[in-house]
Write a protein that binds this ligand. Structure first.
Ligand SMILES: Cc1cc2nc3c(=O)[nH]c(=O)nc-3n(C[C@H](O)[C@H](O)[C@H](O)COP(=O)(O)OP(=O)(O)OC[C@H]3O[C@@H](n4cnc5c(N)ncnc54)[C@H](O)[C@@H]3O)c2cc1C
Length: 356
């Protein structure tokens, strides 16, 4: 059902435009999702300031229409039609808000491009985010799945989050504990209809220590004369990522399509018995992560094609749009992969991007 079947677009438009909030109809989102799927938002609103959110959400919630937030669209699988309201997050601005002996504190608008923020922080002489260079998307989306790469998770550096709580219909300041961060997870991912993040504050520690424990970085800096600087690590991460991952502007993708599954010590021992070359990472809590890409590769999917979608030939964890692919086709391929991995290894792969 179209939202506009049950509610007058004109009355919503008039109500909100009197408050300076512009509602658009039938917005094309192909350029706003990194899979490059054709998708149309029935209604959309570009959010450039936090003040727009309360009146917009009051109207959206009282009309009972479906809604969602879209940042850069680099971790979503979009259907052809998105009913109701799509908030296009574009709140800008980043600033140093305070300094103490231990850390520098910065506050960043939810619509700020993540990679540009990492580059900006280093240009200010503030290290800490360099391992997370070149992750696509917005700063407001970074806490949603607690983005992580090369041994660092964004939650390691988050001080607080400002979000509009749609249940209380008020802005809240959330501590990292309240965000319930975990591996590619947070309260925001588990309760997608509750919070709209408008700003993120980071605490960048002054006693910076390079994080080089991840194998790719350890190898890159295998024989350094001096300890690498934050900008050298930033450059290394960009170089490594550009070699491994397809550029979404050229080949539509959302990065890793599945999370690395976690198994117990007992399960691991059984698996290693049958598959001694399996790639595993100890978690320090008795559990172990398995490399999802390795599992998929072993099932023969690397480079596979199904209609207009496929598996990237250099990295089996990345599913791609070959041109005219759709969410239905991609999710069918994902199910086929899940079934094959479950059948061969007895392990369930969980899909990482958000299906809208
Ligand atoms: C080539 C490539 C490489 C990648 N590499 C990594 C990686 O190394 N590590 C990693 O963790 N991820 C990676 N990703 C995934 C993705 O870049 C991140 O998850 C990123 O944070 C998504 O940001 P976005 O703005 O595009 O979010 P979107 O895709 O627009 O949205 C993702 C989810 O967040 C919600 N959301 C977005 N903004 C807000 C907001 N302000 N308030 C409330 N909810 C919001 C959306 O509703 C949706 O549920 C990669 C993706 C690609 C394409």
């Amino acid at each position: 059902m179209q939202f506009s079947d049950t509610f007058s677009f004109q009355s919503l438009h008039d109500e909100l435009s009197s408050q300076g909030i512009l509602i658009l109809r039938n917005t094309q989102l192909r350029e706003r999702n990194s899979l490059g799927f054709a998708a149309t938002a029935e209604l959309s609103c570009v959010i450039r300031s936090a003040e727009q959110i309360p009146p917009l959400m009051s109207a959206v919630l009282s009309a009972g229409m479906p809604w969602r937030v879209l940042g850069g669209g680099s971790n979503v699988v979009l259907p052809a039609h998105l009913p109701g309201m799509t908030l296009l997050m574009e709140i800008g601005g980043q600033a140093i808000i305070s300094n103490d002996q231990a850390a520098t504190h910065i506050r960043v608008g939810a619509g700020v491009n993540w990679h540009e923020l990492v580059a900006w922080s280093l240009a200010q002489g503030l290290p800490g985010l360099e391992n997370l260079a070149l992750i696509p998307g917005t700063t407001g989306a970074a806490p949603i799945q607690n983005i992580g790469a090369y041994g660092v998770e964004v939650s390691d550096l988050i001080q607080s989050i400002t979000a509009f709580d749609c249940t209380a219909q008020a802005f809240v300041e959330m501590t990292p504990d309240a965000c319930q961060f975990a591996y590619r997870d947070s309260i925001f991912k588990r309760q997608p209809q509750r919070y709209i993040i408008s700003a993120v504050a980071f605490s960048l520690p002054k006693n910076w220590v390079p994080q080089l424990q991840y194998a790719d970085l350890t190898n890159f800096f295998s024989a350094p004369k001096n300890l690498p600087s934050p900008t050298t690590i930033f450059d290394a991460v960009c170089t490594i990522r550009q070699k491994k991952l397809p550029d979404p502007k050229v080949i539509g993708n959302v990065g890793s399509f599945f999370k690395n599954p976690s198994v117990s010590q007992i399960q691991l021992a059984q698996l290693l018995n049958t598959f001694p070359r399996m790639i595993t990472y100890p978690q320090g809590n008795g559990s172990h992560k398995l490399a999802a890409g390795w599992l998929i590769d072993q099932c023969g999917f690397k480079g596979a094609q199904r209609g207009a979608v496929g598996v990237y030939e250099k990295q089996a964890l990345v599913l791609i749009n070959l041109g005219k692919g759709t969410a239905t086709e991609l999710l069918a391929l994902a199910s086929e992969i899940q079934a094959a991995v479950q059948d061969r290894f007895g392990v369930l792969l969980e899909i990482e991007p958000v299906r809208m």
